[in-house]
Design a protein around this ligand. Sequence first.
Ligand SMILES: NC(=O)c1ccc[n+]([C@@H]2O[C@H](COP(=O)([O-])OP(=O)(O)OC[C@H]3O[C@@H](n4cnc5c(N)ncnc54)[C@H](O)[C@@H]3O)[C@@H](O)[C@H]2O)c1
Length: 506
Amino acid sequence: MNLTPEEREIGKQNYDDAVNVSRRAFLKSAAVAPALGAFYFGYEKLHDNPVRVGFIGTGDEGNVLITQHPPEYLDVVALADLRPSNQKRALYGDGNEDRVGFIKKLGAEKAKAITIYDDHIKLLQDPRVEAVIIAVPLNMHAQIAIDALRAGKHVLSEKLMAHNITQCKEMIKEAHLAKRLLAVGHQRHYSVLYDNANDLVKLGLLGDVKFIRACWHRNNSWPGIDSWNKKVPEEDQAALASRIKDYGFDSVEQLCRWRLFNKTGGGLMAELGSHQLDASSIFLGKVHPIAVQGYGGRNFYGVKGVGSKDKQADPREIDDQVFVTFEFPGPHYKEDPHDVVVVTYSSINTNRFEPYGETVMGSRGTLIVEQEQNVMLFKEAGGDTGGGGPGQRLRVVQGEHGGGAVLEASASLAPTSAAAATGSLGKVSRGYTEEMEHFAYCIRSNNFDPPDKGGLRCPGKTAMADAIMALTANLAMKHKKRIVFKDEWFDPDSPAVPETDAEVLA
Ligand SMILES: NC(=O)c1ccc[n+]([C@@H]2O[C@H](COP(=O)([O-])OP(=O)(O)OC[C@H]3O[C@@H](n4cnc5c(N)ncnc54)[C@H](O)[C@@H]3O)[C@@H](O)[C@H]2O)c1
């Protein structure tokens, strides 16, 4: 998006102003002080009764969750990881401020009391553990979640929910049988920033939304910087070579670089696209898509004559570039099938000029969410109220004759300085802490209600819809066809799934 720094600042201020005054004040404090998430999302603090939890998988994401976990809600009694290097990382961190480790987070005494297991099976036998937080490679999500549910533990598993939809349905069934909670870590459901942005879309400020453009672009073209293709530590190789096949992997290399292989990962759509399709479907009222088509290819890595000559060997099977187009139903789709909203999604490995985010384009305005941190709001130029474009300060006014809220250009709202506006917000919580707080709260309050009644905001059924979008996009690219989504795929009680659907495979 080609915006000047001034236009960006104006867009942020427009967004800030559009969120009403009390809500805006709350947004700022909730965004920087996660404790207020409880108040915002309507759950209570757990006074002196935290849930005893075990972390399974303490790699990159497990360590982000360790850093963000709320000790007032979760009492960490155990952790499990196959890799010795990542067991240590869980305690000592890795020098990255997002991954500080338990010692820094909880103090040495408490951290050293955490029992360390070298696989999930042993951790699940620990009777102290009431709930687990799972951050393991995608191919093991279902198996470990089901093992945990059968052992009577509540489960919060990282996204994507599972490697295929049959597994998602099994997980939901097991949670039901075990009478335990099953939550999935699509953290945008707990982001105050997204919630506020979504309120503005629901208010109708953008007019008729017909297009959402989402992307996650990275540049991994320099040798050695791809976090998906890291070196295998010797200590992990030595400790695991003889037993790695017991855990669902062909080799230690496959465990460490699991995102690159079809057996263990789900490609760019599963890892990155699922987040943004989740966000897009939230903006569209959490509706299910109508159809998807797209192109995916391995167009950079290992391609003759392309890229740096000394780039390290790359064993990837997955595509390094995807572009997919989803058709979603608009609010009047049932009365008129022309009311379709198009959502495009791209992910690439060779350019990060526009890193990641979602741009929601309506007939009256545009909302841009950048990297889970910034939101900008602009008005379309022209029409009854005049003005607009990226240089305009806006205010929200009620439409005439009781109509919905509209954006109006405002000369009286002067842009403040960029430094002042940015400094007031600080780093926005991405929702991890709130997700873990609410999970613990629902366990303690025995709350199995659906999301709209105060239950988990991303339970199995919600997360399965995200998995269906991501994995069906993969099927559309693989089979080079437009796939129409079927209602029964989204029904946990139906055995129908896209991966075995005769029309998909025909
Ligand atoms: N929500 C987000 O924004 C987000 C971001 C990144 C990753 N993730 C998800 O988190 C999950 C983990 O990703 P990662 O980047 O941390 O991967 P990683 O490879 O860095 O870590 C995975 C860890 O799981 C361990 N493990 C595997 N099988 C195990 C078993 N049976 N018992 C105990 N430990 C086991 C591995 O040894 C490894 O240390 C993935 O599902 C990924 O999609 C989510």
